[in-house]
Design a protein around this ligand. Sequence first.
Ligand code: SF4
Length: 461
Amino acid sequence: MCGIAGYFSRNGSWASAQVMLALYAQQHRGQESCGIASTRGTHLVAHKAMGYVKEAFPEEKLKAVSGTASIGHVRYPTRGSSALENTQPYIIETLSGPIYAIASNGDIVNYDEIADELRVKGVHFASNNDGELLGRFIVYYHEREGMEITDAIRLLMKRIKGAYSAVFLAKENLYAFRDLMGFRPMMLGKVGDDIAITSESCAIDILRADETREVNPGEIIVVTPKNEYFLQYNDKPLLADANGKHQVRRHCIFEMIYFARPDSCQFDEYVYGVRNRIGARLASYDDFEADVVVPVPDSANFIALGYANAKRIPFDMGLIRNHYVGRTFIKPDQYVRDESVRQKFNPLRDFFAGKRVVVIDDSIVRGTTIRKLVRMIKGAGATEVHLRIGSPPVKYSCYYGIDTPTREELIANRMDDDEICEYICADSLKYLDRADLASCVARPEDFCFACFDGNYPLPKD
Ligand code: SF4
């Protein structure tokens, strides 16, 4: 997944401090490592570290990377190991020194093809990460083929297939661009004369932007010390929809279900509103008595509220989450995930005893986390546990920036609903139907649902 931020300061304040605040607000998008790079006009400075933003950037580190424009990144690994060399932003050295840097969110589906092509032209890679590929592509075509940077980004959009929301520093200028389908969210804000770019609107809110809007799919934003301007990859539709009229968009529906913060507004609607509607839809499937509706915190909170309000069953927080453990789904390996579940959730003592409980979660991926939770709730005395899931069964891997496991590891590929219900020890299990999920967003035709239906908008090479 990952989160990005960029800031151009025209009032002498540290852009790095603003980027740090934006990364801090987007820590939920990646907790493995983080970094900030800034321009001082003639060269760049950077600091990267494993772990959380708050620990990585005490004041002296922020000062060490202060500059007029900064970009930053919080990492959740998809391609590449958990190591500092895969931490972004990537700094790209040239004979003139370190004058380029890039931070990106997403995955490239034709990575091998493009990387091999660049290697043949003499380009060397320090990592196997998508962000570096994007940066080296732009720098190659700008430095060696003499293209304007904006033309190199246009060429990138034509050649490189996949999901990317990226910020790029080149000498004293800041660039931002988003893939043609808009898989990952990306926001633009004006803060007085300054310009801010973030993955999610909750981070733009922290920066107190006066005006905000979404960065359009295929848009290129250029911010210089004198002005800013906005270009589009192609004035004509790149891919036609059924009516032949619009560029096809494919926003990630999982952002609305699970990843994004509920206070973010993206793809033109508030995340918490979509989650409320998902809960209400799920509630329409049930016709039974229960004592309490309990979410698996935090991403299922608003889904559970929607369910509880629609069914008029009390909503309560029976599971307490330790916020310092991080998200289990985005932990890089199974052992760490297993340990995290135990450390992360604890049931309120006496809360569940003798109760019929509706437990709401956003999705089931491997099934291991929810199995432990259901057993934990039953062990705490619940007489019935009915599990309701705010999405259809996850049956396909994601190639666009979400680290879903291989198809073999996805429990919905190995078992049917009854078998899963038995495996996780629930009294009943229901998923949200694909069509009902689609009805919870205003323009379902603009979304990717591939991990549920296998209908991939871009084929994997
Ligand atoms: S495959 Fe699933 S997780 Fe990946 S972009 Fe599409 S909806 Fe999102």
